[in-house]
Design a protein around this ligand. Structure first.
Ligand SMILES: [Zn+2]
Ligand SMILES: [Zn+2]
Length: 398
């Protein structure tokens, strides 16, 4: 062993531990729990860490944090993050490890993230006499549900004592072949806010428009007008999406209703612009409704912020991945307008969120996340546990 370089040493350990981590993943997959209800999952993670000789502490009620201290632990701390929660989906996969909790399913791969971090922890714990610094393991609850477990973990101090100089997370990516990983430096994922508008008019007989204030017509104008926020106010350099997916007017062919409800999502990748855009949306909606004789109530609920991959940390992590997996297995990612609560960490410390390929077309493993048939090619686990351990050690040495 002593003649081997770190990458080869880790690859060897990853190979040894992969079968066990496949079982860990299957156990978590078969026993999914919804956001902020991950009591059994957290207990299982705590026990598994204890089996590896790693003490952990509960945080955010159903989350955990643990430290692996190398030599000279004060030198530097790097955090690695996984999420624990599953989704309210009925699993359609016919596999031994299918969900035993009817109506709840690990359809976003958080079972994979948790098992992978446990595997990486096992490797790092075994190597702790060979590196300097501290690895902070972050197992957070509630990624899928607002306000996001990450925001609670941060409030409870997960980024202090010791404060990590960087945080690294990974997410399964069924668009990418197992064996590969993907990176995107800078802006990566969007903030996502929910918009609720009630357009108020005055209902009545549809044959007597002069007696009514028609909230349906106002809503039609409003939906068109609001796209100006995207086409005229947003900088072309900042991706911005405004979509309305729900429109409810409970009138009839001959009845103008009193009000119309409109619901949508606003997504972007700049926090200043995000706040400005909220104000512009409100102002435009209020003044347009008023100019047409009606009024509106508008409520914009803040979701997760946008996810910024620190260019330096991401550059180094990518290099480490190229070293570990070979350049041909590391790909560039596009922007992704989905949201992810890892973004909260990225607003506080240098962060890197990369994608783990889990696709295997030959075996029919192609379903997207959040679908009842989502699954992974489990060969990705050997890669993910070793890679995560390796990038963490490279970062401690950076
Ligand atoms: Zn998800
Ligand atoms: Zn997810």
């Amino acid at each position: 062993m002593e003649h081997m370089n770190t990458a080869d040493k880790i690859k060897q350990l990853a190979k040894v531990y992969a079968p066990e981590i496949v079982q860990v993943r299957r156990h978590i997959h078969a026993n999914p729990e919804l956001s902020f209800e991950e009591y059994n999952t957290a207990a299982y993670v705590k026990q598994t860490l204890a089996n590896y000789g790693i003490a952990s502490e509960t945080m955010a009620e159903t989350g955990l944090v643990a430290l692996i201290k190398g030599k000279n632990p004060e030198k530097k701390t790097i955090a690695l993050r996984a999420d624990l929660d599953a989704l309210p989906i009925v699993e359609a996969n016919e596999v031994d490890y299918r969900s035993k909790n009817q109506g709840v399913m690990h359809a976003c791969g958080h079972d994979v993230h948790t098992a992978s971090l446990l595997g990486a922890a096992r490797i790092l714990q075994e190597l702790r006499d060979t590196f300097e610094g501290t690895i902070k393991l972050v197992f957070q609850p509630g990624e899928e549900k607002f306000p996001g477990g990450a925001s609670i973990m941060i409030k409870e101090g997960v980024l202090q004592n010791p404060a990590p100089e960087g945080i690294i997370g990974q997410h399964v990516f069924p668009l990418l072949q197992a064996g590969k990983v993907g990176f995107k430096s800078g802006m990566y994922m969007a903030s996502a806010d929910e918009i609720y508008i009630t357009v108020k008019g005055k209902g009545g007989h549809a044959a007597l428009p002069e007696m009514n204030i028609d909230p349906v017509l106002i809503s039609a104008h409003l939906i068109v007008a609001l796209q100006q926020i995207v086409s005229r106010y947003a900088s072309p350099k900042v991706p911005t999406v405004l979509s309305f997916g729900k429109l409810e007017a409970k009138g009839a062919t001959n009845v103008i209703p009193n009000e119309v409800k409109i619901e949508g999502t606003f997504r972007t990748m700049n926090e200043t612009w995000r706040r400005e855009a909220h104000q512009k949306i409100k102002k435009l909606a209020e003044s347009l409704c008023e100019s047409m004789g009606g009024s509106c109530d508008i409520d914009i609920k803040n979701g997760y912020p946008f996810l910024q991959n620190d260019p330096e940390l991401t550059g180094r992590t990518r290099q480490a991945a190229e070293l570990y997996l070979g350049e041909e297995n590391v790909v560039d990612l596009d922007l992704w307008m989905g949201a992810e609560d890892f973004a909260y960490y990225s607003q506080e410390v240098p962060a890197c969120f990369y994608r783990l390929g889990t696709r295997n077309e030959a075996r029919g493993i192609t379903s997207g996340v959040h679908t009842p048939t989502f699954d992974i090619d489990e060969s990705a686990l050997e890669i993910s546990i070793g890679l995560m351990a390796f990038v963490a050690l490279q970062e401690l040495n950076a």
